[in-house]
Ligand binder design. Structure first.
Ligand code: UDP
Length: 490
């Protein structure tokens, strides 16, 4: 299969609304994108994010990160389209998962591609696939499966992956509800060789007829959420009520903060070239971007730079960041990360700082206020901190220092490092105590949490004392959300 080199800078820049990047796509464009992606041979996934995703991502750093790094996030809901204009260019239309799914199925039929339906209650995926086959005769259904309901860390991942591998679909529809489906896809899409996956929430239930969609008029008025609430108030009333409160509160608050302004600090001088070179960083002034084209040109000019250096972007000429400029920054950070660098924001005014903070973006886009802070942040990217370490301290004591981030992308290397030394020491009969130091860990995802739970179980089985220290910030939040803070917390 032909593998293309991917970089976020060459893709369509998203609009960042309330801290989440949305791609301004129509249904037709999304279907074409999907087909092109399937043909390209590099695995990807689509997120159809509604207001509830935006709200959940405030307390769920992993969900926000998944959306920040996803190839395609479309706006599944009218409220997102309504408020988009408060933050920059308006999204042209909503792209609902329930409408997109049959369109994707139709395109797959036309292109001779197969689909697999995963999730929902037993019997539902089969009915849903039968309905799609009736609508699109000749559609190839590679398979369907409803795994027993369980928390993401307790699911039988291997069993599900085997079923998918054996069926070998081109498009995988995952209906575990959000954010479980997004986390599950993110855990596996890099290695499962399915060209494209999409989280589709309750769509299989609609297709199977086990849930009814709102009448077309209600859908067109952007009131489908209201209809769903009336049909299942016990489950959805609380959710939609809190979504509404969130929408009202945050659109006003963020709308005001997005205008930036506020007192500007005395601009910091540009660090000397020699210092920057030493830190493998390049200093770039950023100007307000008048159009998508101007932004794209700016980003493309930086493409060769980010492959070897971190970027320090001077924002002294920027008073406020609109959704497009913020989308550009997110695309830059995403690309920098691929090359093990980062973006740092230099001379960001108080207004911009407050806005980024309110959007929950300051852990992804780092603001630095002094040269010392920049040096310390760049220092963290050095290998020893970035990758963590496993040190045999002697006398039966092993110290595991967690890396800067532990996610599905670097977990395998870290696992091998830990297992290698652990197994060697215990074979020598000399391992009594293990300390896991998370002091420098800034971010962790579900795959890595599963790994830590596995370590704890292994220690218990071998009668080894294991202690965890230092979970804080986003990593601490993720631990709590997964209700592992008691098991793994310090
Ligand atoms: N679901 C599942 N496993 C789970 C949780 C949910 O298969 O652990 C299925 C559920 O049966 C339903 C679908 O996921 O078919 C969507 O659930 P929900 O309506 O909660 O998600 P939403 O559409 O609101 O994101």
């Amino acid at each position: 299969m032909h593998l293309q080199k991917e970089t976020a800078l060459q893709e369509k820049t998203p609009l960042v609304i309330m801290g989440i990047p949305f791609h301004d796509m129509t249904f037709e464009e999304t279907v074409s994108w999907a087909l092109e992606r399937i043909r390209s041979g590099r695995s990807g996934y689509i997120i159809t994010a509604n207001l509830d995703f935006v709200m959940q991502s405030r307390r769920d750093p992993e969900l926000q990160r998944i959306m920040l790094e996803a190839d395609l996030v479309v706006a599944d809901g009218a409220p997102l389209v309504w408020i988009s204009r408060m933050f920059g260019p308006k999204l042209r239309q909503r792209v609902t998962g329930s409408d997109l799914t049959p369109m994707l199925a139709g395109a797959c039929r036309d292109e001779n591609l197969s689909i697999f339906a995963l999730g929902a209650a037993r019997g539902v995926p089969q009915k849903a696939m039968d309905a799609l086959k009736e609508k699109y005769p000749g559609l190839q259904v590679a398979g369907f499966y409803s795994p027993p309901k369980a928390d993401i860390l307790d699911m039988d991942h291997e069993d599900i992956l085997r079923k998918i591998r054996d069926a070998g679909p081109d498009l995988l529809l995952v209906a575990f509800g959000a954010p479980k489906q997004e986390k599950w896809i993110n855990m596996h899409f890099r290695e499962w060789q399915v060209p494209l996956a999409i989280g589709i929430g309750g769509t299989l239930d609609f297709l199977a007829g086990t849930q009814r969609r709102a009448p077309l008029l209600v859908q067109k008025a952007g009131m489908e959420w209201f209809w769903r609430m009336l049909t299942d108030p016990r489950r959805l009333l609380g959710r939609y009520a809190s979504n509404l409160v969130f929408l009202a509160r945050e659109s006003i608050r963020l709308g005001r903060l997005s205008r930036g302004g506020g007192p500007k600090n005395e601009p910091l001088p540009v660090p000397q070239d020699a210092i920057l070179e030493d830190l493998q960083a390049v200093f770039i002034p950023m100007k307000p971007m008048a159009s998508r084209t101007a932004l794209q040109t700016f980003l493309e000019r930086l493409l060769p730079v980010v492959q070897t250096h971190s970027l320090v972007l001077d924002l002294s000429e920027i008073k406020a960041l609109n959704s497009l400029e913020l989308g550009g920054l997110v695309a830059l950070e995403k690309t920098c990360r691929k090359y093990k660098g980062r973006v740092f924001l230099w001379n960001a005014g108080r207004g911009i700082q407050r806005y980024l903070q309110a959007c929950g973006l300051t852990d992804y886009l780092r603001i630095v206020d002094t040269l010392e802070e920049l040096q310390s942040q760049l220092g963290k990217l050095q290998r020893i901190v970035r990758e963590g370490s496993v040190v045999d301290m002697g006398q039966g004591f092993l110290k595991i220092r967690m890396p800067l981030e532990l996610t599905v992308t670097n977990l395998e290397d870290f696992r091998q490092k830990v297992d290698g030394i652990w197994d060697r020491l215990s074979a020598q009969g000399g391992l009594d105590e293990i300390t896991i130091d998370a002091g420098q860990l800034e971010f962790i995802d579900s795959s890595a949490l599963g790994f830590l739970v596995g370590l704890k179980k292994k220690a218990q089985a071998q009668n080894i004392l294991m202690e965890f220290h230092g979970f804080s910030g986003d990593a601490g939040k993720t631990l709590k959300l997964a209700r592992l803070d008691k098991l793994l917390g310090s």
